[in-house]
Design a protein around this ligand. Structure first.
Ligand SMILES: [Fe+2]
Ligand SMILES: [Fe+2]
Length: 299
């Protein structure tokens, strides 16, 4: 990139990154519908009606929900024509994943220097893999598969802040990572003085996300740093991130990924045969992510 004068330096870039952190209160807030839906999902007295009434107020969101509910991603054999039947058939937690994905994609739909299709494909595939791993390990420990999906969708969200608020600088950071063959997070640390984990954790705090989800945003490249309560989820998302990269679903071609996968598999007690089954399942399902992507990002 032209404004990169020498390896590891872009004039004034660290100041510009620090400015974004300083003005974090100006970063976008989670839409009310997402916050209210999180309350509905977490409240034992809620009904499907409470959730569908919230979504029905937003016609654009309603049409996305119905398209997603009917997509191959969920493979529901009958046609779903209303939000209320989507909530009943897919369940609260899946609806929360859909609303969160659609709302966050809309919040960051401005101009970006990164390839947004590739960004969302990576996030959706990571989310899908996280859900597959949780389902596979269900007998070992109970984690809600949809919470894992949400964690996968959001894990790299800090990159979108850089790409939207300092597009040229972030393009230079990506170019530097490519040229040096290093993980993007290392290039961010070196050039920006801050990385997308830190930026993600700032957003998690602003959005008052649940602590385990915040921990994924903050530590998905180094699961050892995760708090004990969140360690299982952080290991799952890291492993999913690595598998997504290995399947060619990175932010750009040949993106180098931090590799703690061996340690993650030990932590999660995933032996070779389980791992092969997970990867096989992912390979069989990966095409289904395209329809999810087209509804979330292109409509
Ligand atoms: Fe990341
Ligand atoms: Fe990632």
């Amino acid at each position: 990139m032209s404004n990169q004068t020498a390896a590891g330096t872009i004039p004034g870039v660290k100041e510009r990154a620090a400015q974004i952190v300083e003005n974090a209160d100006r970063l976008p807030s989670l839409p009310t519908v997402v916050l209210k839906l999180m309350d509905v999902v977490n409240s034992s007295g809620s009904s499907a009606d409470d959730a569908s009434k919230l979504i029905d107020k937003d016609p654009a969101l309603t049409s996305k929900m119905i398209r997603l509910a009917n997509s191959a991603f969920y493979g529901i054999p009958r046609s779903i024509s209303s939000v209320s039947s989507a909530v009943v058939i897919l369940g609260f937690n899946t609806i929360r994943s859909l609303v969160l994905s659609a709302s966050v994609a809309k919040m960051f739909d401005g101009k970006h220097s990164i390839d947004m299709d590739r960004y969302w494909k990576h996030s959706i595939v990571t989310a899908m893999i996280s859900k597959i791993i949780v389902r596979h390990l269900m007998s070992v420990r109970m984690v809600d598969p949809e919470s894992a999906f949400c964690a996968g969708i959001l894990h790299d969200i800090g990159k979108l802040v850089f790409s939207q608020h300092m597009p040229d600088d972030y393009a230079a950071v990506c170019d530097y990572a490519k040229k040096e063959g290093i993980p993007l997070i290392e290039a961010e640390d070196e050039l920006l003085g801050i990385n997308h984990e830190k930026m993600g954790s700032i957003l998690a705090e602003k959005w008052t996300l649940p602590p385990d989800l915040g921990c994924v945003l903050a530590h998905h490249h180094d699961p050892k740093q995760a708090a004990e309560e969140a360690s299982y989820l952080v290991n799952i998302v890291h492993l999913s991130d690595v598998i997504a990269h290995n399947l060619g679903c990175g932010l750009f071609d040949d993106e180098v990924c931090t590799q703690e996968a061996v340690q993650c598999r030990l932590e999660l007690k995933i032996g070779n045969s389980d791992y092969d089954k997970i990867v096989q399942n992912v390979e069989n399902s990966i095409d289904k992510s395209n329809e999810f992507l087209s509804v979330i990002v292109k409509s």
